[in-house]
Ligand binder design. Structure first.
Ligand code: GDP
Ligand code: MG
Length: 721
């Protein structure tokens, strides 16, 4: 005998943990037909089946909060259940979040299929000192409930045993909840008019969905126009009587029922005592204080790492180590051994200037990483995701999108990868597209360079970059959410908030070092190769018709290429070939922007007179153009490694190009607006560029404030572009 089981539950209820515990290595991973949502099926391990001679196959459904048609995951899960009709549904619920999880249960039990509820996280429930009356819960829900801990493996054999019994007997769940009189009356009408041929047990689910005016279900059932008009009249009458729309009526009544069940079955211990964590959270996550506190903390993080402590050390590495010590020493040694001139120049003016310029910023980066690691491991960053959820939600993004961004402040690659935890396909794509707006570690040298060389280390430059990044995400979120591709409500955000604790020094240092070391490794490999390449293409070119070493870098190949494209950046205030080339080499790795400057502005040569290192850079930029340059490099297409990560996560070339194109055009427009308005308001310069800036600004304002064309409460599956 073969039993097909489906595992359904909310995201984070422990589905994957239970699935792995039950199937071990007998898993088959693929995609649901036509979509990129992962599908996993597996055979239940024989050791778990208590010797029962049945073949049991388990399918892990996507994590969902309800059986509505609002997200791709819900549609996938629902269609599987309705079309494939598994023999039994195992509904895993998080016992420590009973109320939220039972909402889905009330829908599953209406399907007319056998349901076994596995109440997970019982170890947490018990540790909290709470008790659950499982017998009563089974009674109220109309199906068997079993306490388990998927993590510890407790009770999981019992779940399988119950599922095999219920599945082979074919006992459908018998839901006990009832809606108000007039709703039940209408539902009875619908059952009579449309569903009389259906088995009695499965009528209720369809009837309730038709009552909610679920278009997909109507199509599935082929309800003809006349019948539909007839039942629509009944529904309208009920809506009028209840003074609410049909869908809200059902939702509200479910919530009331679920709250009652949770209250009756779960006994909580020690309510009302505030722990230290609760007390801190009262301030830190306070509705009004949360955001200002977060802004101040991030300001301090960037201020300390770029402007104060970090700078002291970086100045030393830049001025002394890569200024007074290394270049003269290497220079002298190469002269002593009689090194050929071109190699001498490659090493001193190419490699040391380029790689040295990048490495000079390592101390600042380590300070930044140290502080971020501390904020993460003490538990504060989890609160930030929670705080940001409140804000992001208004713009249609979920707080979950903030976690990739948080990770992205170290490096965009793991940041983009972290978007995997986002269940909704559309939200995930949007997060992948916007995560790299947050300044990553490799962008820090660009920030520090511009802040130091052009703004004399002004206090506001570095922190402002972080806020530019976050603002870019929020603005993109709002704009994109109003398009058809991304419309839809954000999935509910649920996250365990760990208690605050002092992190161990070892953990914080390890995290700092891991990030810092990967940066240093990059300097030794990809940046090194890039600087060699840049040195060659900038030092060689066509002079008087033949190819060879050039006297002046502005005759080199790189200068020719740069000059050919520099005009693109004139409206942005940095239309020089050096700036254009630096922005392009930044695609290989963002540190290259600084490395390229190091070579093109003769870092190794100027370095000998100490403080003056970046004065050559400063001479080529106006402050307005420099800030626009910074903004452009922060927001435009990320480095190749991050683009690769975007491609992997998007799993589609078209989406990848769309993401990169969006980022670059967005960066160009914002940077143009910044430069032109800065010029207008600071210096009174008005021209064609200013007009373009105002037009772009008007377009952005329109895109931000226009009424969404697409109703965000209905599902529009993103087309596979
Ligand atoms: P899914 O999103 O439903 O697939 O959930 P996962 O299986 O990924 O689990 C979410 C988190 O809950 C993970 O960190 C698990 O380790 C944890 N978890 C799962 N089951 C239990 C449990 O029984 N007890 C505890 N304490 N944690 C659990
Ligand atoms: Mg999972």
């Amino acid at each position: 005998m073969r039993i097909r089981m489906a595992l359904a539950g909310n995201p984070n209820s422990g589905k994957t943990t239970l699935f792995n515990a039950l199937t071990g290595s007998n898993q088959f991973v693929g995609n649901w037909p036509g979509v990129t949502v992962e599908k996993k099926t597996g055979k239940i391990k024989s050791s778990i089946k208590k010797g029962k001679d049945v073949e049991a196959e388990l399918t892990d459904l996507p994590g969902i909060y309800s059986l509505s048609p609002y997200t791709l995951e819900e549609v996938v899960a629902r269609n599987f259940i309705l079309d494939e009709k598994p023999d039994v549904i195992i509904n895993i619920i998080d016992g420590s979040n009973l109320e939220r999880n039972l909402y889905l249960t009330t829908q599953l039990t209406e399907l007319g299929l056998p349901v076994v509820v596995a109440v997970n996280m019982m170890d947490v429930v018990r540790k909290n000192g709470d008790t659950l009356d499982t017998a009563k819960l089974s009674e109220e829900l109309g199906c068997r409930c079993i306490e388990i801990s998927a993590l510890k493996g407790d009770g999981i054999e019992d779940v399988v045993e119950a599922a095999i019994e219920e599945g082979s007997a074919g006992n459908p769940a018998v839901p006990k909840h009832e809606f108000s009189g007039s709703v039940e009356h209408t539902i009875a009408h619908i059952e009579e008019a449309v569903l009389h041929d259906f088995p009695e047990a499965s009528q209720r689910f369809y009837a309730v969905k038709l009552f909610e005016k679920d278009e997909d279900i109507r199509k599935k059932l082929n309800v003809d126009e006349a019948t539909w008009n007839h039942i629509s009249g009944d529904i309208a009458a009920c809506e009028k009587e209840m003074d609410d729309d049909a869908e809200s009526i059902i939702t509200n009544e479910r919530y009331i029922f679920v709250a009652g069940v949770a209250g009756a079955c779960l006994t909580k211990k020690g309510k009302g005592q505030l722990t230290t964590t609760d007390k801190i959270d009262r301030v830190v996550t306070n509705r009004w204080l949360a955001l200002p506190i977060f802004a101040v903390i991030m300001f301090l993080v960037y201020y300390i790492s770029v402007t104060t402590i970090g700078t002291i050390v970086t100045d030393w590495t830049n001025d002394v180590l890569f200024g007074d010590i290394i270049p003269p020493a290497v220079d002298g040694w190469l002269t002593d051994i009689g090194c050929v001139e071109w190699l001498h120049s490659l090493i001193v003016d190419g490699i040391i200037a380029g790689v040295g310029a990048v490495l000079g910023f390592v101390p600042q980066m380590l300070v930044l990483f140290l502080m971020l690691a501390f904020l993460e491991s003490c538990g504060y960053m989890a609160r930030v995701a929670f705080i940001m959820d409140r804000i992001f939600r208004r713009f249609g993004l979920s707080g979950k999108s903030f976690i990739p961004m948080l990770i992205g402040s170290g490096c965009g690659v793991p940041g983009v990868m972290a978007s995997r935890t986002i269940e909704s396909e559309r939200d995930r794509r949007m997060t992948v597209m916007t995560t790299t707006f947050v300044p990553c570690g490799a962008k820090l040298p660009i920030i520090a360079l511009i802040a130091g060389a052009l703004f004399h280390g002004a206090w506001w430059v570095a922190p402002s970059c972080y806020f530019v990044g976050v603002a870019a995400i929020v603005i993109s979120g709002i704009i994109l959410k109003k398009t058809k591709m991304f419309s839809g409500d954000p999935a509910p955000f649920v996250m365990e908030l760990p208690a605050y604790h002092l992190p161990t020094l070892g953990n914080v240092l390890r995290s700092m070092w891991e990030r810092g070391w990967s940066f240093i490794k990059k300097a030794g490999t990809i940046i090194l190769l890039s600087t060699i390449f840049i040195w060659f293409v900038s030092n060689y070119g066509f002079v008087d018709g033949h190819f060879g070493r050039v006297e002046d870098l502005s005759d080199g190949l790189l200068a020719s290429i740069g000059s050919a494209i520099a005009w693109i950046f004139i409206p942005l205030g940095f239309g020089t070939w050096k700036a254009a080339v630096a922005a392009i080499t930044g695609l290989v790795a963002k540190e290259n922007v600084v490395g390229t400057f190091g070579i093109l502005y003769g870092f190794a040569e100027v370095a000998e007179d100490g403080q003056e290192i970046w004065t050559n850079v400063a001479a080529d930029f106006a402050t307005s153009g420099a800030y626009a340059f910074l903004v452009f490099n922060l927001l435009c297409a990320p480095c190749f490694a991050a683009i690769g990560a975007i491609k992997r996560e998007m799993n589609s070339a078209k989406w990848t190009w769309f993401a990169i194109g969006y980022q670059t055009i967005f960066a160009y427009c914002i940077s143009l607006i910044v430069y032109q308005l800065w010029e207008l308001f600071a210096f009174g310069n008005f021209g064609v560029g200013t007009v373009v800036a105002f037009i772009l600004l008007a377009v952005f304002i329109y895109l931000l404030f226009r009424k969404p064309k697409y109703d965000n409460s209905r599902l529009t599956i993103a087309p596979e572009v």
